[in-house]
Structure formats: C-alpha cells, structure tokens
Design a protein around this ligand. Structure first.
Ligand SMILES: N[C@@H](CCC(=O)N[C@@H](CS)C(=O)NCC(=O)O)C(=O)O
Length: 292
C-alpha cells in the first residue's frame, strides 16, 4: 500500500520498481525492446497486433465495417498481445510500435511492409486506404478529424486521469478524483450536447470519429470501465446514451468488440481472428467450454 503522508518530491526522481503502483509490473521509465520475440505473420496483407481494450477495438470495429461494405482487401489477421505479461516489449512488437502499446498494424500490401501505430493514425490510414468512413469534402473532413484528434487528446484524461485515480490507484486522493471527475463530466456533457443536434459525432454520416469515441465513452456509459456510472451520473447524458445504443447495435461493432478479447463472456471472446468464420467457430465458449 502506498504511503498517504504528504509527499515532498526529492531533487531527482528515481524509479522504485516496488512502489506498489497499479501496473508497476509492466511500467518502467524507459522505452525499447526488453526481450527477443518475432511477430507472427498470417495469410492476409493486414496484420493487427492488439488486445480488446477500447483502444484496440477501435481498429477491429473499422476493419469489420470495411469488410461489411465489401472491401475484401480489409481481411486481416488479429494477434493477441497480452500487455499484462509484457508482450508489448518484445522485439517484433517494438519494431511495429516503438511506443510499446497496442494496437499496432503492419500492412504487407505495400512494397515494403508499412507499420502504423497509435489507434487514431491506424483509423485514418485504413479509412484513406479504402476510401470509406472519412469524408472527402474539406469542411466535413475537418470536422471528422477534429473529433478524431479530440478523442486521442481528451481520453487520456478520462482513462489515465479519472479512471486511474478513481478505480486503480492504491490510495483514493480526493484532489485527483475531483479534478478528473470534473473533466470526465465535462467531456460527457460535450458529447451529449454535440449528439443532441446530430445523429453521429460529425453529422449525418457514421465515420472513424464515431469508431474512436464509442469504445471509450460507450464503456463509461454502459459501466463497463471504472464502475463509475453512478458516481458520474451518466444517465443524465440522454443524447449520448441514444448514440451509444445505436452504434452498439451495428453488427460490425458487435464483431469488432469480440476480437482479441480475453475477458468477459466466453461466447464474445475471439482471442485471435484469422477468418470471418472465426466468429462462429472459434470463440472461447467453443474452444474452451466450461465444465458441465
Ligand atoms: N494513444 C495510444 C494509446 C494506446 C494504449 O494506451 N494502449 C494500452 C492498452 S489500452 C497499452 O498497450 N498499454 C500497455 C503499456 O502501457 O505497457 C493509442 O491510442 O493507440
């Protein structure tokens, strides 16, 4: 348990691997590979290395949406990266993403394989590659990219700020929780007000901005992350709830949120995805059934 007495920072910060911080086993103050491990490569041009967290499922939702629109070139292999055991620090993964965080994409359809990291960059790369889910009209495109970049900048305050101090920190610090609960509610109110006037985040069209924002803010509204729905009084955000329900019903969203998911209901866990039939044939309730 961390010390709760007032903290006077030393002149020079030093890393304490036994600090008792949440995620202390994987976090460290350096970047780069920590062990040798090549990446696995499957049969499709697109190789995704990920985990079914909100950042991971943004990409699998888009890939499933592209396939639903008939883009067979969006077929992909999705490999599970277990960030709890440090797989993000393997040499192969680090060559795909030097930042050591899921998701990472390798596109083998280019002359030399193209690496893409940061979920927002992956969404934009794929949307541009297939000419879908990102508007071409300059004003509409600017609106879409504004909300996409908003999500990438805003959500660390929701997750790394509010979620960390409310749900994960070993001590509850009122100053930190107050600060980030205020910001979390401000963000929820912003989305609610935007969605009071529009069907989707950027207007009438469903875009990569919806796919980026849904996994995080849908998770909060549905109480799937941080167990804070009551604390944040999420029922107040009725327009946001309407949109979450609408997006959540899309078949591609249902499929995308199953990929690389090693937790929750076994019938919704597809640990690796290599073929469209895997959703019917290779979920964990089938591969690893509970004893009768
Ligand atoms: N800004 C990055 C954030 C990615 C991220 O934070 N991924 C987390 C899981 S959701 C991760 O891989 N954490 C492992 C670690 O920090 O070591 C993105 O959107 O791609």
């Amino acid at each position: 348990m961390a010390d709760t007495t007032p903290y006077e920072p030393p002149k020079i910060w030093k890393w304490d691997p036994d600090s008792g911080q949440a995620f202390a086993n994987i976090n460290r103050p350096t970047a780069g590979a920590q062990h040798e491990k090549p990446l696995q490569v499957g049969k499709h041009p697109l190789q995704l290395y990920s985990l079914g967290t909100p950042n991971g499922v943004k990409v699998t939702i888009l890939l499933e949406e592209l396939l639903a629109r008939g883009h067979t070139g969006a077929e992909y292999d999705a490999w599970l990266v277990n960030i709890g055991d440090g797989s993000q620090f393997g040499s192969g993964f680090v060559s795909a993403n030097p930042n050591s965080k899921i998701p990472a994409l390798m596109d083998h359809s280019t002359a030399q394989p193209t690496r893409v990291f940061e979920s927002g960059a992956i969404l934009l790369y794929l949307a541009e590659k297939f000419g879908e889910f990102v508007p071409t009209d300059p004003s509409e495109r600017a609106e879409c990219l504004s909300w996409l970049f908003w999500q990438m900048g805003a959500t660390p305050l929701l997750g790394g700020g509010f979620g960390h101090f409310y749900a994960y920190a070993p001590v509850k610090i009122q100053y930190a929780i107050d600060r980030y609960a205020m910001e979390a509610k401000r963000q929820l109110d912003l989305l609610d007000k935007n969605l009071a006037e529009r069907q989707y985040i950027c207007g009438d069209e469903y875009t990569i901005a919806d796919m980026a924002i849904y996994p995080w803010y849908g998770g909060v509204v549905r109480n799937l992350v941080y167990n804070a729905a009551e604390f944040l009084q999420v029922h107040e955000y009725t327009h946001l709830i309407r949109w979450v329900e609408e997006v959540g019903k899309r078949p591609a969203v249902q499929r995308g949120t199953m990929v690389n998911r090693p937790f929750g209901d076994k019938s919704r866990q597809l640990l690796e995805r290599h073929d469209a039939s895997d959703f019917e044939l290779r979920t964990q309730d089938i591969l690893d059934p509970d004893p009768a």
